[in-house]
Design a binder for this molecule. Structure first.
Ligand SMILES: Nc1ncnc2c1ncn2[C@@H]1O[C@H](COP(=O)(O)OP(=O)(O)OP(=O)(O)O)[C@@H](O)[C@H]1O
Ligand SMILES: [Mg+2]
Length: 363
């Protein structure tokens, strides 16, 4: 099933939740909607499900306006942030009840089989006889996800379904979720505010802000061609370095204090104020690239790699390198980090309430 929202507006009293939202999810696609709290993610899902009615604009399913189609008849299954479970009933009962509803009634044996298979996938087979009231938050969340996946549906709408799991389980479930056959085959609109999750799961990602889609694209689009500084900041940990400065007569970048000069991969008018974005993984403590000269400010071990913050004049430049390359670095020692200029991003300067837009390749 394909899903499209066209110029959808939705307000609650004085609060604008959706402000001209445009979104299209293709048949069979796993689409991640990423954005901060209050951006309108849940409202978007509810609008698709038919639980909220747009003030204006249209929702289309398979190209057909579904204004007059009841939620039950839309063929979508939605998983809520606040898991709507029956607390006094067993996990089994919670999982099987969607299959007993008048609309989705399945023969008992088939229902039992689907519940078993879904529980297996989610690693909760051992909990089927337990009462939901006795479960941890992470276990409940998996039951809630199970209640969605157990149902035959033509689209899944998942609202932060892994947010209550601990880091390890989340990573594991993330890997498994996409491998689940029904999820792989079924159009899925997946809401998260975790950029790592969006990059890992999304065939495409839509970045939502203030009720509007700022950018839609593949992970490569979002990573290498972010729409603006806020999208660039939202993806990647440690965060992208954004150095303020101006474009020189020769078309290079010079930081405000003159300490950093870099060649620019795009053409921008001399004198314009820009922010240059450098991903920490595109800088190394030594080696090939454009060399800068600074001193080690602080180092922090991140598993097999090390984050090194280098002070260059008034700037702090963060880089990530394998331990072997960064092991010897001590605070205050001089260092000449090498920047790979081909991946530099150039943005207009940020203005209040308006993140600077990326300046595209002009050659
Ligand atoms: N039923 C409602 N009544 C009043 N305001 C609402 C209602 N539902 C949502 N809002 C408001 O609409 C805006 C968007 O809310 P929404 O729940 O869609 O955000 P979200 O992106 O899902 O956020 P979160 O990440 O915190 O879940 C928020 O300002 C919210 O307070
Ligand atoms: Mg929400």
């Amino acid at each position: 099933m394909s899903v499209a929202l066209r110029d959808v507006h939705k307000s609650f009293g004085r609060t604008t939740a959706l402000d001209g939202l445009e979104l299209r999810v293709e048949e069979g696609e796993f689409f991640c909607l990423l954005g901060p709290s209050g951006a309108g993610k849940t409202t978007t899902l509810k609008t698709v499900a038919g639980l909220e009615r747009p003030d204006s604009g249209t929702v289309e399913i398979d190209g057909r306006d579904v204004r007059d189609v009841e939620p039950y008849d839309r063929g979508v299954a939605m998983c809520f942030e606040s898991y709507a479970l029956y607390p006094h009933r067993s996990v089994y009962d919670n999982l099987v009840s969607p299959l007993r509803s008048p609309r989705h009634r399945l023969p008992a044996a088939e229902a039992r089989e689907r519940v078993g298979a879904t529980a297996e996938l989610l690693g909760i087979s051992g909990l089927l006889d337990r009462s939901v009231g006795q479960l941890s938050n992470g276990q409940r969340q998996r039951v809630a996800l199970g209640r969605v996946l157990v149902r035959p549906a033509r689209a899944f709408l998942l609202d932060e379904p892994l947010s209550h799991l601990d880091a390890k389980l989340r990573q594991q479930m993330r890997a498994e979720l996409k491998a689940i056959g029904s999820v792989r085959r079924t159009t899925t609109l997946y809401v998260t505010h975790d950029s790592v999750e969006a990059l890992a799961l999304g065939d495409r990602i839509g970045v939502i802000r203030d009720g509007r889609i700022v950018q839609t694209g593949t992970r490569e689009d979002i990573w290498y061609r972010p729409h603006d500084t806020e999208v660039a900041r939202a993806f990647g940990r440690p965060r992208i370095n954004l150095l303020p400065g101006t474009v020189t007569e020769a078309g290079a970048f010079r930081s405000a204090d003159g300490a950093v000069e870099l060649p620019l991969p795009v053409r921008a008018p001399a004198g314009s104020e820009v922010l240059v974005g450098v991903r920490p993984r595109d800088v190394r403590p030594a080696g090939d690239g454009h060399r800068l000269s600074g001193s080690v400010y602080v180092t922090e071990v991140l598993g097999r790699s090390v984050e090194v913050t280098v002070r260059i004049g008034a700037q702090h430049l963060s880089l990530v390198a394998p331990r072997s390359e960064a092991a010897g670095l001590r605070p205050d020692e001089p260092v000449r980090p090498a920047v790979r200029p081909e991946n530099l991003l150039v943005f207009e300067a940020d203005r209040p309430g308006r993140p600077g837009r990326r300046i595209g390749k002009s050659t």
